[in-house]
Design a protein around this ligand. Structure first.
Ligand code: AMP
Length: 205
């Protein structure tokens, strides 16, 4: 097996703040943020895959696993070729992947997971409100309708939450998702700073 990328996963329900926190982390030297939602949203809407994404995301559904993993691995490779992501120096912060058990199995070939940040919000209604606010601010059609939001939350419970069972529980760190971005980031960095300090000093198997 070729060397795997050292990675941390940002995990949590839609609206938990993975994207906001991922962007903040991505501005800290040594972290490289990669969001699959952003990857899909930048696709040409007239391309075959862009149209496929539009169909699924409009219903709040997940893009099929095979397409997602293929796109993701090509995308991450492209970032290394462009020298934007430097695998020997940076911790890859994955936001939005893996989102199914099948994706977790496939992606383990490519990544060595050093830690999982599970952003937890005690009140799911808070997530719904956040999603609606964001839909208006960022003109995200997939989050604008309440039935699409409910579908996204159902799919999270059914398909994404079981992904956590695929990893060593010692890797999983719950962080309170409620608070200002700085407060939440503080909780995340308390976990990630020690992980970053030891990353790349051990050789992944
Ligand atoms: P996000 O911005 O992470 O909520 O993603 C927006 C949309 O992109 C999702 O509703 C899915 O349609 C698609 N998407 C993002 N990541 C994945 C993934 N890992 N697997 C399948 N679909 C995804």
């Amino acid at each position: 097996m070729s060397e795997r990328y050292q990675a941390i996963l940002l995990f949590g329900a839609p609206g938990a703040g993975k994207g906001t926190q991922g962007l903040l982390l991505g501005n800290i030297p040594g972290f490289f943020h990669m969001s699959t939602g952003d990857m899909f949203r930048t696709l040409d809407h007239n391309s075959e895959i862009g149209q496929l994404f539009d169909q699924y995301s409009a219903r709040g559904e997940l893009v099929p696993d095979e397409v997602t993993i293929k796109m993701w691995s090509e995308y991450v490779h492209a970032q290394t070729v462009l020298s934007l992501y430097k695998p020997k120096q940076d911790l890859l912060c994955l936001d939005g992947i893996p989102r199914t058990v099948a994706q977790a199995h496939s992606i383990k070939e490519h990544i060595d997971v050093r830690g999982i940040i599970h952003l937890v919000a005690p009140n799911p209604e808070e997530m719904v409100m956040r999603l609606q606010r964001r839909a208006i601010e960022q003109k995200r059609v997939d989050d604008a309708k309440i039935d699409v939001i409910r579908n996204r939350l159902d799919i999270y419970e059914r398909e994404t939450r079981p992904v956590l069972d695929q990893f060593d529980p010692n890797l999983i760190h719950e962080v309170n998702a409620i608070g200002t971005p700085a407060e939440v980031l503080g909780g995340i960095l308390r976990v990630l700073a020690p992980i970053q300090a030891t990353a790349h000093t051990t050789v992944p198997n």
